[in-house]
Design a protein around this ligand. Structure first.
Ligand SMILES: C[S@@+](CC[C@H](N)C(=O)[O-])C[C@H]1O[C@@H](n2cnc3c(N)ncnc32)[C@H](O)[C@@H]1O
Length: 270
């Protein structure tokens, strides 16, 4: 079950309407009501087109509980949980920079990882699939966590390339600090942090919608300290290429860096 406060990202719940597919069965309507309450948004029965509902209610974005999937719509954009660049990442094998950062060759494979900034779980599914690890994924935005609540079980079904990985991702809605604080020292092999960048790098489909509801707070000293306490091997922080990692890191400080194409991974390692 997803819990968490209203809103989440830069845009407030005041811009969000939650509805269903047309002629939705009672279970979908009930789920839409729960999501509206969780996000502090307006629920509206689907009595007209989404465009009309938005216009009538003065809202900007619609979260739609559908028969096949949940999705977030606004302007020309649609956002839902999908496998993204899964096959492209899989092709890179163990040489993928994120895998080299989290699990360098020669080590026993990690059994458990916390992804403290789950987003739409693209990285988490890749990592869970490639490393065979359980991934505890934290998402602070109730809107994005609601999409994940529907999307992860959907992707886990169907025997597709990403299904086993998706099944290994365990959603924890709410701030990562709360989840990390509840874990014992050294409880997982690694903690991964991929905060929102101040200057966005890419404009993939749905990117503006993601930015509208994502939590933008930078990784602070308290989160890093908890990540370091819980990680038995390392903490990995994604950064824009060549950017400096935050100062005052715990433990030995930033000891290793893996370069990707447009992003780098800074690593705190035991
Ligand atoms: C850049 S996105 C992560 C993208 C993700 N790696 C992927 O592959 O889809 C950052 C996400 O972390 C979430 N977030 C930011 N700070 C957080 C925190 N303290 N706790 C939990 N989630 C957080 C944001 O809401 C956003 O969805």
């Amino acid at each position: 079950m997803v819990t968490g406060g209203a809103g989440g990202g830069e845009r407030g719940a005041a811009e969000l309407l939650v509805t269903t597919a047309p002629d939705a069965p009672a279970a979908l309507v009930a789920r839409a009501r729960v999501i509206a309450k969780r996000c502090g948004a307006l629920f509206s029965p689907r009595r007209a087109s989404v465009t009309r509902l938005l216009r009538d209610t003065g809202r900007v974005h619609a979260y739609i509980v559908g028969r096949e999937r949940d999705e977030l719509r606004g302007g020309d954009e649609i956002l839902w949980v999908h496998p993204g660049l899964f096959y492209l990442k899989r092709e890179a094998g163990a040489t993928h920079p994120l895998l080299r950062a989290l699990a360098p060759e020669g080590e026993p494979p990690p059994r458990a990882i916390v992804d403290a900034t789950l987003g739409l779980a693209g990285d988490a599914i890749h990592v869970a699939s490639a490393l065979g690890a359980r991934v505890i994924g934290c998402e602070a935005s109730p809107v994005l966590a609601s999409l994940l609540e529907e999307g992860l079980p959907r992707l886990a079904k169907g025997g597709r390339g990403w299904s086993e990985g998706a099944a290994r991702v365990e959603l924890r809605a709410g701030d990562a600090l709360a989840t990390l604080s509840g874990l014992e020292e050294g409880a997982v092999d690694a903690v991964y942090l991929d905060p929102m960048f101040e200057a966005p790098l890419a404009a993939q489909a749905g990117f503006d919608l993601l930015r509208a509801y994502a939590v933008h707070a930078p990784v602070d000293a308290a989160l890093l300290a908890e990540a370091w306490r819980v990680a038995a091997r390392r903490v990995v922080l994604k950064l824009p290429g060549m950017a400096a990692p935050p100062e005052g890191a715990p433990g030995p400080g930033w000891t290793r860096r893996v370069r990707g194409q447009a992003v780098d991974y800074a690593i705190l390692e035991r």
